[in-house]
Structure formats: structure tokens, C-alpha cells
Design a protein around this ligand. Structure first.
Ligand code: SF4
Length: 508
């Protein structure tokens, strides 16, 4: 079976979902090939002729292409790092195929001004006219060679991010046209969200032989005509040998669980999609991590769970897998214990991504975050003292927030800025299937019939314009906050942050 991760998605590590699907297929005896189009397609674009002969900067960057596509093993200077990422973007955006169509492209994103991935009409257009897709020359040639191999007569196409939708369905359409005997299954997180949303998704079912949402291991094995024999150990094929990912050090992605065991936060799609929570037992997960680390020698393990389970953390502390690791965690009560945090650091924990969302306790209560600010402040301090970097997520504009609560968030972040290494600031989007919207004036989809969010009139008038003004004029004006925000890494953000935390002093 051929598993395809279409362009464009962040290409600094192998696609973890496909590695898990491949593991289940291998366990069932099915031969597997993984095509990481997010990396291959992007690298192909960077090598295409330049759009303008006169563009000196593009020509200069193109001459250094090989060097620019290789990160040094340590990020020694934030300025040098940012310059390199800018040049990686320029390599693709100044290529003829991208520039002549006015497409905005980065290693993590794809924005075609003529097609909207949230419009079912545009997705159907992309599927019907694959020859018009930006990546067509690349995927035509690549699929030709892959389908010469008779083992690749079944395809699993994984759509996880919106930025993959147009090209993913163009690839699907091309396989239908050029290789009609090949059977195709479409799945992935984006498909799951669409299937669980209120939009009409019936068009997807005429594009492929099977469309599947949710945890896909069993479904993909059945589609391949095999008997499911368990999820097996994730399998990365020759992705590490054949591809050079855009990263300072090799990253091994791994998911110890799917869904979220908490699943109560009112702003989160995990709640509204009601995705089931399932986890690999902690001991089995650490066995996997130890074995995969021996096999692939990563510089860093990326735990891709929505929230790393406390049991898995305990087991990692008991049996550290070797390399440094990072991932998403809740603010756990256990972290109020300094010794626990020191043990986490001792197990290789380099960074934790933590959802704070608000510095106002009432807002946190209304979001059902299940955390207390007094606990958060102790945890931030303990993690810092233990040498674990923190990537803190905050969000403005939830229905319960008012301007004064946003001020309290600003004050909280400023007060604890010396314990916060990175900040992700976002504006709340109302999930399309959220019950929160009931009673609020809401309705229209943002951009298209497949939007996963809908507009709503904030009950306190705390709307996006006001929030943007607040962020620019008030939030950013605090020196300590600005220092953290200036440290944010473009494009690769948290995926590369542990490397920065490793090599640059993060004193505020
Ligand atoms: S803990 Fe995280 S993943 Fe779980 S419901 Fe809350 S925001 Fe979503």
C-alpha cells in the first residue's frame, strides 16, 4: 500500500500519522511505501527555474540552495536562524511555478488566491483538474514511478491540515484519471473534522473508494484487504534515509495517545467532535520510544499527543528513552512538586507546550480548563528551575472574556515572563459545532461551506478589531512580553523551539 502525505504541511519531521498507519499495515503483513509529499514537493519547487532573471536576491539565494536547505545542527543565533527560514521561503516563492500564479507558500503553508480549500466547489475543481495544480509535474512523475511497483495498487491519502486539501484532492483526482484500477482511501484529521461538522461532505465520497474519519489504523488495514492485528510499532520506512528534513537535528515524532483524556475545554475541537480517547499503554509506548531511538538515532523526540498522559510521563521518568523530548502537556498538579520537574528534566524533557489560555481565573473556569492560576505560577517556576523550557499558549476573545480579563492575562504573562520562554498568542475561533454559540448571535461560516469555525457576535463587544488593537498597542508594549514574542520562530515555531532553547540563552 502507498501512503501519501500531500503538500503542503510543515516538513521538519516525518508525518507521524502515516508512521502509525504504516506500523499497523506492517503488523498485518501488508508491504508499505510512504510518500512524504510535504517535503519532496517543497524541495522540488525550490529547484525550479526562477520567475524573474532580474531578481538578484532570488538568484543569490538560489546559488546557495543546498546550503540554505541544510540547517546547522545548533541554532547559535536567532537572527541567522530567521534569515535562513526567510531564504528557505524565498527559494520556493521565487520559483516560476509559484510566483507566476501568485501563490503564497512556505514550508508549512499553501495559499492559492484562485482556490479556497474551504469551498467544496473549489475542492471539486482541484480534484477534476489535477493538471492545474502547482505540484502536478512533481506528483505525475513521482506517482508514475511508484505505480510501476505492483505492490502500490492501493493508496491511503492522508489530509491532516487545510493546507493539504487542494493538492491532496488534486493527487486523488490524478490517480483516478491516470490509474483508474488503483483503489483510494481518504482519511486524516481534516477529513475527520469535516465528517463530524455540519457541512455537506457527500462530494468526498464520489472522489475515492473510501472516506474515513477517526483513528485510521484498523480502517486502513481493512481497506488493504488484511486482518487487523493491532497497531504495531510506528514504521518510518526509508523516510529518514531518503529525505533530508528541514530541521537542525533529526526529530522522531511519536503519538502515545489519540484524542484527549480531559476533553472538557469549551473552545477545543476535541470536545465538540467528541473524539474517543485511546492510548498505547505507557510501558509499551516507552518500549517503542527506546527501540525507535536505537533504530533512528534522533536528536529529539516529539511526543505528538494532544496532551501527554501523566502515566506516560511517569514511565519516561522511570525509563528514559535516551534522546531529549518535548510535547504538549496540561498544567499537571504533579508539576507543583519541584522534585517531579527535576525528574522530568532528568528523563530528557527539553520543553513543554502548555495551554494557559487566560490569566483570569473566571475565564479559565468558564473555559473548563481545570487549572488554577496559583498552581500555574508554581509550575512555571518549577519547570524553569529544572531547566525545562516552556511554550505557553494564550487566547483572547472567548465569550466569557472582557477587556479587563484580557488586561489580567497581560499582567499575568508579564509577572511570570521570566519563566516563559515562548508564547503563542491567538484569537478565539468559535468551533462550528460548538454549543457555546447557542444563545449568541452567530451563524455565517467564515470563508466557505466547509469552514470549521463560525462567526459570532461577542456578548461584551470584545471583537477581533478591539483585540487586535489591544495586542498591538497594549500587550506588545510590555517590554518583557515583547522579548518573548521576538523570540518566536517563524514557520517551524514549536517544532524547532527545543533546538533554540538548547543553544541560546533565554534569559529575559
Ligand atoms: S486539555 Fe487540550 S486537547 Fe484536551 S480538551 Fe483541553 S485544550 Fe483540548
Amino acid at each position: 500500500m502507498l501512503l501519501i502525505h500531500p503538500p503542503q504541511a510543515r516538513n521538519c519531521e516525518p508525518p507521524v500519522a502515516l508512521a502509525h498507519l504504516a506500523g499497523a499495515l506492517k503488523a498485518a503483513g501488508e508491504p508499505v511505501t510512504i510518500l512524504d509529499g510535504a517535503l519532496e514537493g517543497y524541495i522540488w519547487l525550490t529547484g525550479q527555474p526562477r520567475f524573474s532573471e532580474e531578481d538578484r536576491q532570488a538568484a543569490r539565494v538560489f546559488r546557495k540552495r543546498e546550503k540554505i536547505l541544510t540547517f546547522p545542527s545548533a541554532i547559535s543565533s536567532l537572527d541567522n536562524y530567521k534569515r535562513q527560514v526567510h531564504e528557505i521561503k524565498l527559494l520556493a516563492s521565487s520559483s516560476r511555478p509559484v510566483a507566476e500564479r501568485g501563490i503564497r507558500l512556505s514550508p508549512a503553508d499553501y495559499d492559492d488566491p484562485s482556490l479556497n480549500p474551504l469551498s467544496s466547489d473549489d475542492l471539486i475543481k482541484s480534484w477534476s483538474n489535477p493538471e492545474e495544480n502547482l505540484y502536478f509535474p512533481w506528483f505525475r512523475e513521482r506517482l508514475d514511478s511508484l505505480f510501476r511497483d505492483k505492490e502500490n495498487h492501493i493508496v491511503g491519502l492522508s489530509l491532516i491540515y487545510l493546507s493539504q486539501a487542494l493538492t491532496g484532492l488534486a493527487i486523488c483526482g490524478w490517480i483516478r484519471k491516470a490509474f483508474p484500477h488503483i483503489r483510494i482511501q481518504i482519511g486524516g484529521g481534516l477529513i475527520n473534522s469535516w465528517l463530524k461538522g455540519p457541512s455537506d461532505t457527500s462530494f468526498l465520497f464520489s472522489m475515492a473508494d473510501d472516506v474515513y474519519g477517526g483513528k485510521g489504523e484498523e480502517a486502513v488495514v481493512r481497506f488493504a484487504g488484511r486482518t487487523y492485528k493491532g497497531s504495531g510499532r510506528p514504521w518510518y520506512g526509508d523516510l529518514y534515509d531518503e529525505n533530508s528534513y528541514l530541521t537542525p537535528g533529526r526529530i522522531l515524532p511519536y503519538s502515545g495517545s489519540r484524542g484527549c483524556s480531559w476533553k472538557r475545554c469549551t473552545f477545543c475541537s476535541e470536545k465538540w467532535e467528541d473524539n474517543p480517547y485511546c492510548e498505547t499503554g505507557a510501558a509499551a509506548a516507552v518500549d517503542d520510544l527506546i527501540s525507535l531511538s536505537e533504530q533512528h538515532s534522533p536528536a529529539l523526540i516529539h511526543l505528538c499527543d494532544s496532551e501527554i498522559s501523566p502515566l506516560l510521563m511517569d514511565e519516561i521518568v522511570r525509563r528514559p528513552p535516551g534522546p531529549r523530548w518535548y510535547g504538549f502537556s496540561r498544567f499537571l498538579p504533579a508539576m507543583t512538586d519541584k522534585a517531579f520537574c527535576r525528574n522530568l528534566a532528568g528523563s530528557g524533557c527539553r520543553m513543554l507546550c502548555l495551554g494557559l489560555e487566560s490569566g483570569d481565573q473566571q475565564v479559565l473556569n468558564s473555559l473548563k480548563k481545570g487549572i488554577r492560576l496559583d498552581m500555574v505560577s508554581i509550575i512555571l517556576e518549577n519547570l524553569k528551575e529544572a531547566g525545562i523550557s516552556t511554550f505557553v499558549y494564550i487566547m483572547f476573545g472567548t465569550p466569557a472574556e472582557r477587556r479587563d480579563s484580557a488586561e489580567r492575562t497581560k499582567d499575568f504573562v508579564a509577572a511570570y515572563s521570566s519563566y516563559i520562554d515562548f508564547l503563542n498568542v491567538s484569537i478565539f475561533n468559535m468551533p462550528v459545532n460548538s454549543e457555546e454559540a447557542e444563545g449568541l448571535e452567530s451563524g455565517f461560516f467564515y470563508d466557505g461551506d466547509l469552514s470549521l469555525y463560525r462567526e459570532f457576535a461577542h456578548p461584551g463587544g470584545w471583537n477581533r478589531v478591539n483585540i487586535r488593537n489591544f495586542l498591538t498597542k497594549d500587550f506588545r508594549s510590555i517590554r518583557e512580553i515583547r522579548t518573548i514574542l521576538n523570540r518566536n520562530l517563524p514557520v517551524f515555531t514549536s517544532n524547532h523551539a527545543p533546538f533554540l532553547a538548547e543553544s541560546v540563552s533565554l534569559e529575559n
